[in-house]
Design a protein around this ligand. Structure first.
Ligand code: HEM
Length: 223
């Protein structure tokens, strides 16, 4: 496809797939807030999701395709940019770039590694079989997702992994919301400061929302 032969086309694919995944992340964060209603909240929510059958699998397939395209073109664009600029600048222009922007590849790869662990932990439930929700139904016979998540986040190491991963997610989104709007042509010289600030605030809220679960549970405030 011609559009993928130039870096603008690939950046466009990065922006569109990135937005699709941001929509998922926001929906997932809102869904996870059912944890705060206790076992009845999240166990009912997880049960409802699993009853979606073919829609759930269509959604999972779409997400997997979006993630693969995003990772593939992200690595390719980074390698191309580095090859075009083989020697590090003697003086780096930190006014034009930000820490989050310069480290997109690393925060992205960290999120990828986290996602692998997260799916093994809560979707496939193989990292901690003794607390797997599928093996331990609640009083109503539903997989006890609440107890699985709560017992996981009571472990300091697991809570710490989530805090670090959510910091990477916050940094990644902090740059990418503004940058993808720019790629899609929705950002102009006039709107740039407001969109940049809005993107950073949204990223901080999303990261804080996710990080609240391990922190609140580890602190013993939700059991
Ligand atoms: C503290 C934060 C989080 C909690 C408590 C959490 C919780 C969960 C749980 C319980 C499941 C399994 C749902 C089920 O099948 O019953 C799940 C699945 C998933 N989570 Fe998370 N999650 C968190 C953060 C994230 C983040 C930041 C991402 C993305 C970057 C993410 C991506 C996913 C994906 C892709 C799935 C698989 C969905 C599916 O089954 O199709 N999660 N999460």
């Amino acid at each position: 496809m011609d559009i993928l032969k130039n870096s603008v086309g690939r950046k466009l694919v990065m922006a569109v797939t990135g937005f699709g995944m941001i929509a998922f992340v926001i929906a997932h964060l809102l869904g996870n807030t059912t944890l705060y209603s206790g076992p009845d909240g999240i166990n009912a929510y997880a049960g409802a999701l699993h009853s979606c059958g073919v829609f759930l699998w269509t959604f999972r397939l779409t997400m997997a395709v979006m993630l693969s395209l995003h990772v593939f073109f992200g690595i390719q664009l980074t390698l191309e940019n580095r090859a075009a600029r083989p020697q590090a600048y003697t003086v780096t222009n930190y006014r034009a770039s930000t820490f989050a922007g310069r480290n997109m590849i690393w925060t992205g790869l960290l999120i990828g590694v986290f996602l692998l662990y997260h799916l093994l932990q809560f979707t496939l439930q193989v990292t901690d079989p003794e607390i797997a929700a599928v093996r331990h139904p609640d009083a109503l016979g539903r997989p006890d997702v609440f107890t699985m998540v709560a017992l996981s986040f009571r472990k300091a190491a697991v809570a710490a992994v989530y805090v670090c991963a959510m910091a990477a997610l916050g940094l990644h989104l902090g740059h990418s919301i503004q940058s993808s709007l720019q790629t899609l042509g929705l950002n102009s010289e006039r709107t740039f400061p407001a969109i940049t600030k809005g993107g950073i605030i949204a990223a901080i809220l999303i990261a804080l929302g996710f990080v609240s679960f391990p922190l609140v549970i580890y602190a013993g405030l939700l059991r």
